[in-house]
Design a protein around this ligand. Structure first.
Ligand code: SAM
Ligand code: DTB
Ligand code: SF4
Length: 331
C-alpha cells in the first residue's frame, strides 16, 4: 500500500514526476483494488497533468485483408479455425483503401489504421502495404498498421514508407496468454515490439479484458506494458467483443467497473501515453464510456465498423461527444 500512497502524494503535488518503468504486479493490483472514487481521482489528476481532459483523438480502422488467418487467438472472428461465418477475402486494392481513407478523413478521423489477418506479412504484401501507407499519408492523415509478427528488416521497410504507428498487442498477462493463443508466444510478441521500437515507429500496444482473466492478470498486463523500456505511445484497452463461433463466445461478462479500473491503471502507470477506449464501445452504455474518459481514456475508434464487428455509428458518437463536451484532439 505504501507505494500506492506515494503515487497519490505525487499526483496531488502536481510535480512533473519522471516516468517509471519498474511497475510491479503487486503495485498495479493495489491500484486496481483502490476505492473507485480514489482510483478515478488519481487517474484524472495524472491525466490533467499531461492532457486536455476534454479532447479525444479519433482513428478509423479498416480491415485490408479479412479472415482466413492461420492463428488460433480464441477471441478472434478472423481465425480460419473457427466457424464464425466470416468469409476469407483477398487484400484490398490501393484505390479501394484510399477511397475509404478519404471518407474517414472527411468524417473527422485524424489517423487511419489498417489491419490484416496475417500471422506475419510476406515481403510482397509489405510492398503493397507500404504503398497504402504512403497514399494515406498523402491525404494528410497519420497511419497505423497491424499485420502480425514483424522481423527487424520488415519493421525498417515500414519505417521507410513513413509509417507512424504499428499496433501489436500483448493481449493479456504472460501466464494467462497460453489459454488464449497457442500458435505464437508472448516472447514473439515482445520481439516484434522491439523491432518496431528499434525502427523508430511509434508503438501501439495494449490488450483485451473480459476474456475470463483474473484481476491479477489485468494487473500483470498493465505492469508489463508500463515496464517496457519505453511506454507504448498508444495503449488500446479492448473489451472482448464476443463473436459466435469463437471459443470465447459465452464468457461471463466482466463487471464494467473492472474495465474502467483497467483504463485508470493504464493512465496512472503510463501518464504520457494515449490510452484508447478501443473495441467494445458498441456494447457499452454512454455512461460507461463517460467513466472510461474520466479514467483517462483519450482516444477512440470512430466509424461504423472496427475490423469485422460493429462500432457506434457517427450519430451516436456525435450525440455522446456533444453531451460530454468532448472535442476532437488536433494532430
Ligand atoms: N493479425 C494481426 C495480429 O493479431 O497481430 C493484426 C490484427 S488483430 C485482429 C489486432 C488485435 O485486435 C488483436 O491483437 C486483438 O487484441 C484485437 N481483437 C481481435 N479480435 C477481438 C475481439 N473479438 N475483441 C476485442 N479485441 C479483439
Ligand atoms: C486494437 O487493439 N483493437 C483494434 C485494433 N487494435 C486493430 C481491433 C479490434 C478488433 C475487434 C474485433 C473485430 O472487429 O474484428
Ligand atoms: Fe489472426 Fe490477428 Fe485474429 Fe490472431 S488476432 S487470429 S493473428 S487476425
Amino acid at each position: 500500500m505504501e507505494a500506492v500512497e506515494a503515487i497519490g502524494a505525487d499526483a496531488r503535488s502536481g510535480a512533473a514526476a519522471a516516468l517509471r518503468h519498474d511497475w510491479s504486479v503487486a503495485e498495479v493490483e493495489a491500484l486496481l483494488a483502490l476505492p473507485f472514487a480514489e482510483l478515478m481521482f488519481r487517474a484524472q489528476t495524472v491525466h490533467r497533468r499531461h492532457f486536455d481532459p476534454n479532447q479525444v483523438q479519433m482513428s478509423t480502422l479498416l480491415s485490408i485483408k479479412t479472415g482466413g488467418c492461420p492463428e488460433d487467438c480464441a477471441y478472434c472472428p478472423q481465425s480460419a479455425r473457427y466457424d464464425t461465418g466470416l468469409a476469407a477475402e483477398k487484400m484490398m486494392s490501393l484505390d479501394e483503401v484510399l477511397a475509404e481513407a478519404r471518407r474517414a478523413r472527411d468524417a473527422g478521423a485524424t489517423r487511419y489504421c489498417m489491419g490484416a489477418a496475417w500471422r506475419s506479412p510476406k515481403d510482397r504484401d509489405l510492398d503493397a502495404v507500404a504503398d497504402m501507407v504512403e497514399g494515406v499519408k498523402a491525404l494528410g492523415m497519420e497511419t497505423c498498421v497491424t499485420l502480425g509478427m514483424l522481423s527487424a528488416p520488415q519493421a525498417e521497410r515500414l519505417a521507410d514508407a513513413g509509417l507512424d504507428y504499428y499496433n501489436h498487442n500483448l493481449d493479456t498477462s504472460e501466464s494467462f496468454y497460453g489459454e488464449i493463443i497457442t500458435t505464437r508466444t508472448y516472447r514473439d510478441r515482445l520481439d516484434t515490439l522491439g523491432h518496431v521500437r528499434d525502427a523508430g515507429i511509434n508503438v501501439c500496444c495494449g490488450g483485451i479484458v473480459g476474456m475470463g482473466e483474473s484481476k491479477r492478470d489485468r494487473a500483470d498486463m498493465i505492469a508489463t506494458l508500463a515496464s517496457l523500456p519505453s511506454h507504448p505511445e498508444s495503449v488500446p484497452i479492448n473489451m472482448l467483443v464476443q463473436v459466435e463461433g469463437t471459443p470465447l463466445d459465452g464468457t461471463d461478462a466482466l463487471d464494467p467497473f473492472e474495465f474502467v479500473r483497467t483504463v485508470a491503471a493504464a493512465r496512472i502507470t503510463m501518464p504520457r501515453s494515449m490510452v484508447r477506449l478501443s473495441a467494445g464501445r458498441e456494447q457499452m452504455s454512454d455512461e460507461m464510456q463517460a467513466l472510461a474518459f474520466l479514467a483517462g481514456a483519450n482516444s477512440v475508434f470512430v466509424g461504423p465498423e472496427l475490423l469485422t464487428t460493429p462500432n457506434p455509428g457517427r450519430e451516436r458518437d456525435t450525440r455522446l461527444f456533444t453531451r460530454l463536451g468532448i472535442a476532437p484532439m488536433p494532430v
